[in-house]
Ligand binder design. Structure first.
Ligand SMILES: [Mn+2]
Length: 408
């Protein structure tokens, strides 16, 4: 048996105002070819199919067209899909009755029978003619978990595993799907929403004992294993934030023999759009932009994205216009201008005399220290004057005519 694991497609995603439709279309065409070449018995998709709970119709069309094409190309291939935190469980699951007839199993919310027990028939899905048993646990929301449990996520996974163990045959591989943050996984700062269920933000790998043959995870956008080899995030197929551009975007192929994992390998996804990065002091950045070639036709959907990170010793109010002027005629898709401060950078806690209580600190000292973290030079008299005025307002010494009266 062979399983293909992919995740976090985020169909309908935009990077600022730039649509990702062409990148998604290229990925989906590649995935179809990959399914034909690798001939997996099942494809598992571990959540965040869509970027939002109300995806544009074009994104939904892409999804259904891909499922239809996959079905046409490989009639016996099972597809199992769980909802991620970005998906609407109800919306993703709305077509599940129709899709089940096509061998596509969608689990939006955690299915329970009216008496409250797990609906094992819908969570436990035999694949590859019964050679594998997939436990499809979607992203768990407060309605899905017993909130009185000490560790609600562990309680649900325990419930699912008990049902799976009762049902699996000895030669049957057990594959568990989840969309969650497992401790030890590396996070992308910009595009993964932190979510906590019942106060639990990350779960331990202890949730996935060794009798599970493969744990297919979604939520982290960087492909990675967590703990043992067989616990994996497939990662997103395209960078969903510019800091994900260096990730090795991939799908995972898992080979089973006699019901156990024999080999795990990844297949790289070709990149359609490059991300150019220019980092340095303002003079360097402007020179590097001037040296850029003209970056293609405005109508070309594969023009590179550009990320400019400027190292500044002090705030530069003209930054945006300096860069815009330098970029004139270059036609990149400018997605992000970031700044990094070259002030001394020490944390406030390091410079504020450690043991002193907050109430004992002089606001002027705190302000001076905060300023020094981000700036090489002392604040100007105008900035100091503005701070004094603010301080007086906060202390109630001055009424601010610009503020509406209380209670409005
Ligand atoms: Mn995601």
């Amino acid at each position: 048996m062979r399983i293909l694991h992919t995740s976090d497609w985020h169909l309908g995603h935009t990077l600022k105002d730039v649509t990702r439709e062409h990148e998604h279309a290229a990925f989906l065409a590649w995935l179809l070819e990959t399914c034909a070449r690798e001939a997996p018995d099942a494809v598992v998709i571990t959540g965040d199919v869509f970027d939002s709970g109300t995806p544009p119709a074009s994104a939904e069309r892409m999804w259904f067209e891909w499922l239809a094409a996959a079905r046409r190309a490989r009639a016996d291939m099972d597809v199992v899909v769980i909802a991620g935190n970005h998906d609407s469980p109800a919306r993703l699951g709305a077509a599940s009755a129709v899709l089940r007839e096509l061998g596509v199993h969608v689990v939006g919310g955690l299915p329970r029978v009216p008496t409250g027990e797990l609906d094992a028939d819908r969570v436990l899905i035999p694949v590859a003619g019964g050679r594998g048993l997939v436990a499809a646990v979607p992203f768990l929301r407060p309605v899905d978990v017993p909130l009185d449990a000490e560790d609600p996520l562990a309680a649900v996974y325990g419930e699912v595993l008990a049902a799976a163990r009762a049902r699996r045959r000895p030669e049957q591989a057990l594959i568990v799907l989840g969309h969650l943050y497992v401790q030890g996984a590396e996070v992308s700062a910009l595009s993964e929403r932190r979510v906590a269920i019942g106060g639990v933000e990350a779960v331990s790998t202890r949730l996935f004992p060794d009798d599970i043959d493969y744990v297919a995870l979604g939520h982290m956008h960087r492909a990675q294993r967590v703990g043992r080899e067989a616990v994996r995030y497939a990662g997103a197929p395209i960078p969903l934030a510019l800091d994900e551009a260096s990730y090795a975007h991939q799908v995972v192929i898992v080979e089973f023999a006699g019901g156990r994992v024999a080999e795990i390998r990844s297949v790289r996804i070709p990149k359609l759009v490059e991300v150019l990065q220019i980092v340095g002091e303002i003079e360097h950045v402007l020179a590097a932009i001037a040296a850029l070639p003209v970056l293609g036709d405005p109508a070309d959907p594969t023009r590179p994205y550009l990320e400019v990170i400027v190292r500044l010793a002090r705030p530069e109010p003209r930054l945006r216009s300096l860069i815009d002027t330098a970029l004139d005629g270059k036609r990149p898709r400018l997605v992000r201008i970031g700044t990094e401060s070259t002030g001394h950078g020490a944390a406030l806690a390091d410079v504020a005399a450690g043991a002193r209580r907050l109430a004992e600190l002089d606001p002027r000292d705190v302000f001076a220290q905060c300023w020094a973290r981000g700036h090489a030079e002392a604040p100007s008299p105008a900035v100091l004057g503005a701070f004094e005025k603010l301080l007086a307002q906060v202390r109630g010494d001055l009424a601010d005519p610009a503020l509406p009266p209380e209670g409005s």
